[in-house]
Design a protein around this ligand. Structure first.
Ligand code: TYD
Length: 136
């Protein structure tokens, strides 16, 4: 059976040479959905945590393009933590997974690719409600 908590780190090919590094993400190749929205978190304070929600339908890929942060994933049965430190890896987060973002480094820029537009109705912001919905 498909498990939303299976290892979901996607390694991107980094094209590096003496000038530096470059990662390209192309439609239909590196990631398992069509990207409809891109946003990024930056200037995040080191002592704050963000997220604390799940999505009913939305799927996302998180990439720490600079710096690092720790992502906690929770499917209602299991909780795990993944530290993003590399601009050449993306963390896939499926729908119905509770996520929290912690320990942002001062220089962290967290890029997010999403498969649909912003829709507040897609958010589950109560952890208790999430647990209830995850059970059914
Ligand atoms: P919020 O959901 O609080 O961010 P996080 O999950 O990182 O804690 O979003 C912060 C604000 O940005 C909030 O007012 C909603 C707005 N926002 C958009 O307008 N579009 C978006 O795509 C996202 C993700 C947030």
């Amino acid at each position: 059976m498909y498990n939303t908590m299976d290892m979901q780190l996607i390694k991107f090919q980094s094209h590096g040479d003496e000038r530096g590094s470059l990662v390209a993400i192309e439609h239909g190749k590196e990631i398992p959905f069509d990207v409809k929205r891109i946003y990024y978190l930056y200037d995040t304070k080191t002592d704050v945590a963000r997220g604390f929600h799940a999505h009913k339908k939305l799927k996302q890929i998180l990439i720490a393009v600079n710096g690092s942060c720790t992502i906690i994933l929770d499917d209602g049965k299991e909780r795990k933590s993944v530290k993003l430190t590399n601009p050449d890896e993306g963390l896939f987060i499926d729908s119905f997974v509770w996520r929290e973002m912690h320990d942002f480094s001062e220089d962290c820029t967290l890029l997010v690719l999403a498969n649909s537009h912003y829709d507040e109705a897609d958010y589950i912001r109560s952890y208790d409600k999430f647990l209830e919905m995850a059970k059914s």
